[in-house]
Structure formats: structure tokens, C-alpha cells
Design a protein around this ligand. Structure first.
Ligand code: UD1
Ligand code: MG
Length: 451
């Protein structure tokens, strides 16, 4: 495949996001629902940016400020256009007329509710425009059950029209090459074609798909590119959202394994769109990676761990049943065991917190050992405070470190201590009641109570 030389062919991408998405039964617009920790809209914006779009126009509906805000967050350079009324896909593209009129070589049209299209596919549409000199390149797929989709009308190999399901003649109902909806238009003929589209169809809508028939009628060429149906899955309800999630998770797991990650039970590991696992990371079953996780080589994430916004150095062992929250930064060879939670904390090389602990808003020096049940008391109900632990410190079991507090390097904190004052380096700090012993008390107690 010849790749498009993006700098030479300038590309405008128009992303249609004006749909209401009623079938989601949701208080939030459809395209703001997430797949692998990122909105559908942001997935599409990322893919078209990766396909070399120089300009992005996002078409939203009236009152869809939240959609516009997410578009701006995900692609700050995007221009927002409002489609006053949902009169059809061609009408929606024309909402971005001001951008189209600036003159681009390639115009890509993407749907924000079709979130699994890969950058390669968008690039493939652009390549087809460049190679065939077509005015329109449509994206198709073969469906076992084509009902509902627009169909490609072919004469030999040539694409001459796309007909919406509701406009098909009885003899055309069996056609199974379907229109995925997205397409690429040659910039020079895009506006004249779009503006010629009318509403003489079953739904009285302005169909983008009519660009193909119009191009053919004007002696311009139309071409088609086909992909697997799952890549162009459109999301209209929660069930399709879950199907899309499954497809995406399968892709992410596969990419991780091909990059040298061992997944003991791939189907039970949930990735985010940006999960970064280095070669020779091993992930046991039932692990959840929320957004923003990086794990360096040789580390093992043991079963039932939940990680989010965390960075894990080389050779670490996390879990089973560990929780790393945003801002957890672990240097090499750190061990985090069962029921240990780490948040906004920097753990130096070789730190061990193997059982039942909370480390939040803290720095823990290299080689320190955090005993079972140790807690950083970081919050007084109003504000958060820091705990600073030096290198090679031993925090005894069931200690409470009441922040703000500093523990000097090499210090020992006696089991069960409530530490409210700074501890100097290499000291032993004990902050608990001395043990009292009453010899014979138990036998006397029993004698008193025996009948
Ligand atoms: C469209 C295609 C159909 C294709 C199908 C694939 C047209 C006319 N038909 O049909 O050939 O098989 O997708 O899923 O293009 N939108 C707006 N404003 C509008 C109308 C739509 O922004 O006025 C947006 C929607 O939010 C959606 C996208 O455009 O993201 C597609 O619209 P939709 O109504 O779903 O088109 P389909 O009937 O599915
Ligand atoms: Mg649709």
C-alpha cells in the first residue's frame, strides 16, 4: 500500500456527533460514553489525528455543550460546528461548510458513534482517493445480516450508488455489501456534490451516501475500500457498547502480548486505551488497568489487582488484591502485597508493603519496610498532609503515621505506635501503652465466676 504523504495532501476531517443517542437510555450524550477508559468521541478524534488530519471539524447538535467540551479537551485544535436540526448526514457535514470552503485535498467524514475504526483504515481511504483520482471513496463491509444498512450498488467492480435500506428495490434486498457510513471526498468536488444532495428519499433526509450516485452521474469516479464488519460497528445502545468494548479489549490484549507481555488469562484482564506494559511483564488473571498506567519490564501484576494512574518500575511484584491509585509511583523491585492501597505516593527501590496497608500522600525511601496494618493518616476531614519516610526505615505492624510527619532514615517504629511527631534518623520510636501484667488474675477471675 502506498501511504499518503500527509504534508502534501492537506486533509480536513469532519466528525459527525450530532446524534442524540436515545437508545442509550442515558443522561449523557451517546458519544461521551467510554470504551477502555476514553470517550467514543476521543477514540475517533485520536484515530483521525493519527491518520494525518490537518484540520478537525466536529459537528454537534443544538445544546450539546458537553460534547463540544469533550472534543476541545481531546483535540484542542478542533473547530466546533452546530447542526441546527438533524436533517441527515449530508446536512450534518455541511454544517462545517466554512471549513470545507477553505479548500483541502482530502475530506474525511467520520461518525463519533463508530469508534473502532483504526487510523490505517482512515489512511486507506485517503490513499484510495490519491491513487484512483476518485471524487468519493466509501468504506464498505460484508454483512451476514445487512438489514438497516445502506448497500453498495455495483456495476461490475464499479461503485455507482449507495442505496439506503428503506429505499431499496425488492430485488436489491439481498445485497450484502454494506456502507459503513464513513467516507473520503476529494476536496475539489466535495462542496458542489454535497450541496447538490436533496431529500427525495424514503426518510426525506439529506443523505451523505447520495454523493456516490451524484459523482457517478457527473462522470466522476467513486471507489470503495472494504474492512471487517467489527471495525465499523456503530454504537446505538448499551449492548453494542459492550460489544465494542469486547472488540477493543481483544485488540489491546493482543497488542500487549505481541509486545512481549504474558497474560495468563487474557480474557480476564481489562485494559485502558493508554495502558503501557513493557516486554516481560506478567499479568495474572482478573486485573483491571484504569487509565494512565505504565509498568516497566520484569514486573508481575498478580491476580485481582486494580491499577489506575500508576507507574510501576522494573521487577516489581504487585498483588494479589493490590490497589494502586493515581499518583502511585513505584521505583524498581517494590513489593506491594494483598490489601495494600497506594495513592499519590513515591516508593523508592526495594520498598516492601506486603499486607494490609494504606500509603497516601507520602514518600517512602528505598528499602523501607511497611508492616501489616500500617496507615498514613493523611486527611483530617478538610485537608491532606504528607508523610515523609526516609530510606531503610522499618514501620512496625499496625502503626498510624499521623501526617504531616517525617521519619528519618534507618529509624524503627515500634508495633502499634501512633506517631504524631517527627522521628530522627536511626531512632526507635514507641508511641503506645506499656504492657501491664497481673499474675494469677485469670485464675482468680474464673474462681469468682464459677458456680
Ligand atoms: C448511515 C448511512 C448508511 C450506513 C450506516 C452505517 C447515510 C445516509 N446512511 O445510516 O448507509 O449503512 O450509517 O451505520 O449516511 N448524524 C448527524 N446529523 C444528522 C444525522 C446523522 O450528526 O442529521 C450523525 C449521527 O449522530 C451518526 C452518524 O451521523 O453518528 C450517522 O447517522 P445515522 O442516523 O446513524 O445514520 P444511519 O441511518 O445509521
Ligand atoms: Mg447509525
Amino acid at each position: 500500500m502506498i501511504l499518503v504523504d500527509a504534508p502534501r495532501r492537506r486533509c480536513l476531517a469532519v466528525v459527525l456527533a450530532a446524534g442524540e443517542g436515545k437508545r442509550m437510555i442515558s443522561g449523557k450524550p451517546k458519544v461521551l460514553h467510554e470504551l477502555a477508559g476514553r470517550t467514543m468521541l476521543a477514540h475517533v478524534l485520536a484515530a483521525i489525528a493519527a491518520a494525518g488530519a490537518d484540520r478537525i471539524a466536529v459537528v454537534v447538535g443544538v445544546g450539546q455543550e458537553a460534547v463540544a467540551a469533550e472534543a476541545k479537551r481531546a483535540a484542542p485544535e478542533a473547530q466546533i460546528f452546530v447542526q441546527a436540526k438533524p436533517l441527515g448526514t449530508a446536512h450534518a457535514v455541511l454544517a462545517a461548510k466554512a471549513a470545507l470552503a477553505e479548500g483541502f485535498d482530502d475530506v474525511l467524514v467520520a461518525f463519533a458513534d463508530t469508534p473502532l475504526v483504526r487510523p490505517e483504515t482512515f489512511r486507506g481511504l485517503r490513499t484510495a482517493l490519491a491513487e484512483t483520482g476518485a471524487a468519493v471513496v466509501a468504506l464498505g463491509f460484508d454483512a451476514a445480516r445487512p438489514e438497516g444498512y445502506g448497500r453498495f450498488i455495483l456495476e461490475g467492480d464499479a461503485l455507482v450508488a449507495i442505496r439506503e435500506h428503506k429505499d431499496l428495490a425488492a430485488s436489491e434486498l439481498g445485497l450484502n455489501r454494506c456502507n459503513a457510513g464513513l467516507m473520503a471526498l476529494a476536496g475539489a468536488s466535495a462542496l458542489p456534490l454535497l450541496e447538490a444532495i436533496g431529500t427525495a428519499n424514503a426518510q426525506k433526509e439529506y443523505y451523505l451516501t447520495d454523493a456516490v450516485g451524484l459523482a457517478h452521474a457527473r462522470g466522476l469516479k467513486a471507489a470503495a475500500v472494504t474492512v471487517a464488519g467489527e471495525e465499523v460497528l456503530g454504537v446505538n445502545d448499551r449492548e453494542q457498547l459492550a460489544t465494542a468494548e469486547t472488540v477493543l479489549q481483544t485488540r489491546l490484549r493482543r497488542a500487549a502480548m505481541l509486545a512481549g507481555v504474558t497474560l495468563l488469562d487474557p480474557g480476564s484482564v481489562h485494559f485502558s486505551f493508554d495502558t503501557e506494559l513493557a516486554a516481560d511483564v506478567t499479568v495474572e488473571p482478573n486485573v483491571f488497568f484504569g487509565p494512565g498506567v505504565r509498568v516497566a519490564g520484569g514486573s508481575t501484576i498478580r491476580a485481582f489487582s486494580h491499577l489506575e494512574g500508576a507507574s510501576v518500575g522494573e521487577g516489581c511484584i504487585i498483588g494479589p488484591f493490590a490497589r494502586l491509585r493515581p499518583g502511585a509511583t513505584l521505583e524498581r523491585d517494590v513489593h506491594i502485597g494483598n490489601f495494600v492501597e497506594v495513592k499519590a505516593a513515591m516508593l523508592g527501590a526495594g520498598v516492601k508493603a506486603n499486607h494490609l496497608a494504606y500509603i497516601g500522600d507520602a514518600t517512602i525511601g528505598a528499602r523501607s519496610n511497611i508492616g501489616a496494618g500500617a496507615i498514613t493518616c493523611n486527611y483530617n476531614g478538610f485537608a491532606k498532609f504528607k508523610t515523609e519516610v526516609g530510606e531503610a526505615v522499618f514501620i512496625g505492624v499496625n502503626s498510624a503515621l499521623v501526617a504531616p510527619v517525617k521519619i528519618g532514615a534507618g529509624a524503627y517504629i515500634g508495633t502499634g505506635s501512633v506517631i504524631t511527631e517527627n522521628v530522627e534518623a536511626n531512632a526507635l520510636a514507641l508511641a503506645r501503652e506499656r504492657q501491664v501484667q497481673k499474675p494469677g488474675w485469670a485464675s482468680a477471675f474464673r474462681a469468682r465466676n464459677r458456680k
